[in-house]
Design a protein around this ligand. Sequence first.
Ligand code: 13P
Length: 249
Amino acid sequence: MRTKLIVGNWKMNGNLAANATLLRDLLAEPTATGCDVGVCVPVPYLAQVHALLAGTAIELGAQDLSAHAVGAYTGEVSAAMLKDFGVRYCLVGHSERRQYHGESDVLVADKAKAALAAGITPIVCVGETLAERQAGLTQDVVKRQLAAVIHANGHCISEIVVAYEPVWAIGTGQVASPEQAQAVHALLRLQLQAASPHAERMKILYGGSMNAANAAALLAQVDIDGGLVGGAALKAPDFLSIIAAAQQG
Ligand code: 13P
């Protein structure tokens, strides 16, 4: 039995006051049991959120990191720097990074490696665009994206979290049906099984328009081990409802 994991991706949202209010409201609820919870925040707020989450059950996450360890890489943030602020999870290969910053499968794999080397759990995002789905390429795309990460990380692959985020479902309100999502998750599980003896304990999250209304049905699927939540993670009642659904699922 895999413990569910619900991770909020705040993307480029928030400010000091709004972050404090959101976390206060999340922490006002009793400590989540039977479900791990994290929030991936913008870099300037890592210190603030690290302090506010100290001693709580919510883990800190980042949204990206450098593939390099140290040096002349203006604007980049290393895994060691994230670790300094208590970062437990880091997204890698989010579709917005792949799309707007040209991140390749190889770069994403190297970023996962950098996170693992620092003891940070990379949440490796994979997912097809609408055009790719319509062309019948969903399986090819997600398998290719995950294969690059497996290839670069060898036996360490057992320590990653995978997030299936169909690009057409992100921020659109057009959620994948539980059956559509489960079909891809099952495929990803098979791929992990071929690469790791620990695939049964590895988590595969679903992301893309997950909300308080649709979370329970998605989280009831056998290979959906949690959620990577964008918009709904910015509203405490919605995020708490998703966590509650995960605790029951
Ligand atoms: P939404 O939940 O806003 O669709 O975003 C999903 C996502 O991209 C999480 O990483």
